[in-house]
Design a protein around this ligand. Structure first.
Ligand code: ADP
Ligand code: MG
Length: 223
């Protein structure tokens, strides 16, 4: 499903260059659950953004379903992303002035589904994450764990085949974090590919494969 060939990312910042990824070769199959681990600043988030079609690498290619992802223009990539991939972040990126259900409906506006169905679909996923009673609440009227469940629902509403999660439990207490990890396992059991960056060794151990990144390179996992 994904193949990275010699993926290298150098950020240019005010005249200096930051090496974030250095010659990454990687294959990921449909249905896999992968954890991405490694020190802070090692390139984990950069890899996720590149896989998601959101950041063009300086060197190298990413094939998604045998197609070179970055031969497409950003709007085509956004369409490929919208119909295949879902994202969860450590900071939930909810829109503060929209209610929970309006936040969850947002991705549906982008993929052209019949508008009358948006609300029903959003309500269904909010029920699945046990937030049926909080649909009209704004993010700041929800607990941190509930906010992350809204973000999870927003990710699930388009029924993505691939889930890219960047430290999804990083801001959560252990119990709420557990809840989120269980959801990701459930989605993986349904056949979805899950790629999750995490600092939590126990969370990382729940994956079938661990990718350790150090200084922008994939290294053998010693643990
Ligand atoms: P990780 O997620 O493993 O902590 P990142 O992929 O976020 O690491 O970052 C890898 C390196 O690239 C770090 O040194 C970071 O400072 C740098 N970096 C990340 N994003 C940017 C950016 N937008 N501009 C410049 N440098 C960046
Ligand atoms: Mg990161």
């Amino acid at each position: 499903m994904f193949e990275c060939k010699n993926v290298t990312m150098k950020y240019k910042v005010r005249g200096t260059t930051v090496d974030a990824l250095d010659g990454v070769d990687l294959k990921i199959n449909q249905g896999e659950k992968i954890s991405v681990i490694g020190p802070s600043g090692s390139g984990k988030s950069t890899l996720l953004l590149i896989l998601g079609g959101m950041l063009s690498p300086t060197v190298g290619e990413i094939y998604f379903e045998e197609e070179n992802l970055y031969k497409y223009k950003p709007d085509s990539r956004a369409r490929i992303r919208g119909s295949n991939m879902g994202f969860v972040f450590q900071t939930f990126n909810l829109v503060p002035y929209l209610s929970a259900i309006e936040n969850v409906m947002l991705p549906l506006h982008l993929n052209g589904l019949d508008k009358t169905l948006h609300k029903d679909k959003a309500a269904d996923v909010l029920k699945r994450v046990e937030l049926a009673h909080r649909m009209e609440h704004k993010p700041n009227e929800l607990s941190i764990g509930q906010q992350q469940r809204v973000a999870l629902a927003r990710m699930m509403v388009t029924d993505p085949r691939i889930i890219l999660a960047d430290e999804p439990t990083g801001s959560l207490d252990p119990e709420t974090g557990h809840h989120i990890l269980n959801f990701l396992d459930e989605l993986n059991d349904e056949g979805k590919t899950v790629i999750m960056v995490t600092h939590d060794p126990a969370a990382a151990d729940r994956a079938q494969r661990k990718l350790r990144i150090v200084d922008g390179k994939i290294v053998p996992d010693a643990s």
